[in-house]
Design a protein around this ligand. Structure first.
Ligand SMILES: Nc1ncnc2c1ncn2[C@@H]1O[C@H](COP(=O)(O)OP(=O)(O)O)[C@@H](O)[C@H]1O
Ligand SMILES: [Mg+2]
Length: 181
């Protein structure tokens, strides 16, 4: 996986697979402290401590389509290559939080990738799951909250093609502006 956005998509999909109704994704870029932090929180079924202890092992999966679960271990490997790490906290019946750190300027730190595409894909594929995306960079902040969108859209579903396009273009232009600083 080339981009962090694809790792984020993968972890968010774990939460959706686990029955979450709300996924919260936070990206925090602090160039002065030279830290890039990513937090993904879901209210899915969670994992017990025994499963959690081995979930970063690539041979652990509850998937039936293939024998290895690579999502979390590959993301951890990417974080470690950039002088950071990935840790998971989970409570059965409550949810799961995945926390990732990286050195922002590290030469091996993967690029963010296309968050507009990632968020649009998540929303289009799971129109009944709510998503909160917070992206901070050096004190500026962008927030997308599908619960607010949903209230404004009334009966129009979040995966209506024109809504999806609107979300995509809003994320794309807002993040571009955030990156310009
Ligand atoms: N957010 C989550 N909530 C509940 N279970 C999870 C979550 N993330 C991962 N898991 C469990 O850990 C396993 C390994 O996840 P992952 O490394 O992403 O591989 P894969 O998704 O391919 O199985 C999953 O199959 C699932 O059982
Ligand atoms: Mg996965």
């Amino acid at each position: 996986m080339q981009d962090l956005s694809l790792h984020i998509l993968d972890v968010a999909e774990n939460g959706i697979q686990a029955g979450a109704s709300l996924i919260r994704i936070e990206v925090d870029e602090d160039t002065r402290a030279d830290i890039l932090e990513i937090t993904l929180e879901d209210n899915g079924r969670g994992m017990d401590s025994e499963f959690l202890a081995k979930v970063l092992d690539p041979f652990v999966t509850t998937r039936t389509t293939r024998k290895v679960g690579l999502g979390l271990s590959l993301f951890q490997q990417a974080a470690r290559e950039a002088d950071g790490d990935l840790t998971i906290a989970s409570t059965p019946g409550v949810g799961t939080t995945v926390h990732v750190t990286m050195r922002h300027s590290h030469i091996d730190r993967k690029p963010m990738g296309d968050m507009a595409d990632t968020l649009t894909a998540l929303i289009e594929g799971n129109p009944d799951v709510d998503l909160v995306y917070v992206h901070r960079k050096d004190g500026s902040e962008y927030v997308l909250d599908t619960r607010e969108l949903r209230a404004e859209l009334e009966d129009v579903p979040l995966n209506h093609p024109s809504v999806a396009r609107l979300i995509h273009d809003n994320v794309e232009s807002s993040l571009k502006e955030l990156m310009r600083g």
